[in-house]
Design a protein around this ligand. Structure first.
Ligand code: 6PG
Length: 244
């Protein structure tokens, strides 16, 4: 599915994807801070964005004008090692001087309903975001929006009780919230994702396919995630080149 608002970037490997996305984030931050005096970013969970966060931990930026939100969270104790907020803190947020009051973890330790109710108020105050980061699961889920699980599209935040990816109880921003942004970037790497990418590219109505920011969506793949659906041809592009 090649539409003007969905841009595919295929890079050599996860390291190249991490650096390219980190560059985009830093550039977006500079622009947003010039235009609006602040930069509101929504972070992706899972493991793929960790390297991007580690690169940002070493970057220069006016961190005092960043505000950080989360696309989803697992209903686990706040300091649980499997929390998305914990991964972002260890890889990046604990290493830069973003004011603590500018970092907005989802209070998922309160359970899906209470956390979704509270975070909906936070999101309603924060939108439009400047940039949203998204991961993609092997089934085409993004954040904690899973195939076959329908929610009230008007909600900013959904409570999730039966997620197929453990833990079953989660809190997730809605398609509406994830799309209420100037730009959105999906990071998809590794051979396990190439089936989801192929289904996405061929127009299947996957949760990731429903997110469309004000400027569309940039999908950042490595070659392994882009390898399904057609026979791979030896790369003739220079390493790290972007095929959009
Ligand atoms: C989570 C994430 C989830 C993740 C994808 C991809 O809580 O796990 O929010 O949506 O982004 O499942 O996960 P990986 O990056 O670990 O492959």
């Amino acid at each position: 599915m090649n539409t003007a608002w969905l841009r595919w970037h295929v890079l050599e490997d996860p390291e190249a994807v991490a650096h390219a996305v980190a560059r985009r984030i830093l550039r977006a931050a500079e622009r947003a801070q010039e235009d609006r005096g602040r930069f509101r970013i929504v972070l992706a969970g899972g493991t793929t964005p960790r390297r991007t966060y580690q690169i940002l931990a070493r970057a220069q930026s006016d961190w005092s004008r960043w505000a950080v939100y989360f696309g989803d969270e697992r209903c686990l104790p706040r300091e649980h090692p499997e929390r998305n907020s914990r991964m972002a803190a260890e890889a990046w947020l604990d290493h830069v001087p973003i004011p603590a009051t500018h970092i907005h973890p989802i209070p998922a330790e309160l359970g899906p309903l209470e956390a979704a109710h509270r975070y909906a108020a936070v999101v309603a105050q924060a939108v439009p975001f400047d940039l949203v980061l998204l991961g993609v699961g092997e089934d085409g889920h993004t954040a904690s929006l899973f195939p076959g699980q329908e929610h009230d599209p008007e909600e900013w935040v959904h409570a999730v009780f039966d997620a197929p990816k453990p833990p079953p109880e989660r809190v997730t921003l809605s398609v509406r919230a994830l799309s209420a942004a100037h730009e959105a970037h999906a990071l998809v790497t590794g051979p396990s994702k190439c089936g989801a990418v192929h289904r996405w590219r061929t127009g299947e109505d996957l949760p990731i396919a429903r997110v469309r920011s004000h400027t569309g969506l940039d999908a950042w793949l490595d070659r392994a995630a882009d390898a399904c659906g057609y026979t791979a041809h030896p790369s003739t592009e220079s390493p790290g080149s972007e095929r959009s």
